[in-house]
Design a protein around this ligand. Structure first.
Ligand code: AMP
Length: 285
């Protein structure tokens, strides 16, 4: 497995693969891998000749009061894990390669970044779409794979790729969960032992919402109220949002149907967790 740190070297490596007719699949990450990341890499392996994974904790997607400096990092461990699933290249750029002095260009996707996490994390998606656009220009992939766990991120990237005619295909991968339900996340590491049981609540809430819907409830407001009641009973939790939205526009909807999404952000202790479920899809571990 190759580790490339320079933008120029990554671009020329990808260019040479393209000239040989090889297909490149790309998995952008912030590192501190778990099984969810590895599943994306394994999927990428099935779809291309060369799998490139980036590890970059992107400063422009963190707000001033967020966890940029304490975000978990462990490069040695990540390299071993990536190699074990057959990743070909790790792109690991330093900040000065990604945002050199004088940097001033950003990509803003409009409507789909406004609701949900866009409300509580102003500027977050501008940082995400900007860095992904840059990474696509550096890695030059044919395919890029994103987890649907970060549903708004996945939709925003798809929107950007369509709107800017970027020449690659975006694939969404289902959420990979812990054995007892919670979505795997690098941030689960922040949870204190006594908070861990409370982190199960997001999955339980999504299960309850799907059950109410399957039993015939179609009003968003009713489902949201029930989910709110459930979460509020659980210690250490503080709701950021509970919403039901169109999967296309991410606007709130009054009526639930297949292909609307329930999205949750809940703080457990000081750790902000997100999860979502598209009604009608399977909700399994
Ligand atoms: P991150 O390193 O957290 O920025 O995530 C890198 C990629 O892995 C993103 O596309 C995430 O959506 C995806 N990802 C993170 N956690 C999971 C998970 N539990 N299941 C599926 N994909 C995930």
């Amino acid at each position: 497995m190759k580790v490339i740190k320079s933008v120029e070297k990554m671009q020329s490596f990808s260019e040479s693969l393209r000239l040989q007719g090889e297909r490149i699949a790309f998995v952008p990450t912030m590192g501190y891998f778990h099984e969810g990341h590895l599943c994306l890499m394994k999927e990428a392996k099935k779809m291309a000749d060369c799998v490139v994974v980036s590890i970059y904790v992107n400063p422009s997607q963190f707000g001033p009061k967020e966890d940029f400096s304490k975000y978990p990092r462990d490069l040695e461990r990540d390299l071993k894990m990536a190699e074990s699933v057959g990743v070909d290249v790790i792109f690991y750029p330093p900040d000065k390669e990604m945002y050199p002095a004088g940097y001033q260009t950003y990509v803003d996707v409009e409507e789909v970044t406004q609701n949900l996490c866009g409300m509580s994390r102003p500027g977050h998606f501008r940082g995400v779409t900007t860095v992904c656009n840059k990474l696509f220009n550096i890695v030059k992939p044919h395919i890029a794979i994103f987890g649907k766990k970060d549903f708004q991120q996945y939709i925003s990237i798809k929107r950007m790729v369509d709107d800017l005619n970027l020449d690659l295909q975006i694939i969404g991968f289902p959420t990979v969960r812990e054995a007892d339900g919670p979505a795997m996340s690098s941030r689960n590491k922040y949870l204190k032992k006594n908070e861990r049981p409370s982190a199960l609540t997001l999955f339980r809430a999504l299960k309850l919402a799907q059950k109410l819907y399957s039993n015939g409830e179609k009003k968003s407001s009713v489902i949201i109220k029930e989910v709110e009641k459930l979460i509020k009973k659980v210690p250490y939790t503080e709701i950021d949002y509970i919403k039901i939205c169109s999967t296309e526009t991410l606007r709130d909807v009054d009526k639930v149907k297949n292909q609307t999404v329930m999205a949750l952000a809940v703080k457990v202790g000081t750790t902000r967790l997100i999860d979502n479920h598209v009604f009608g899809d399977k909700l399994e571990i």
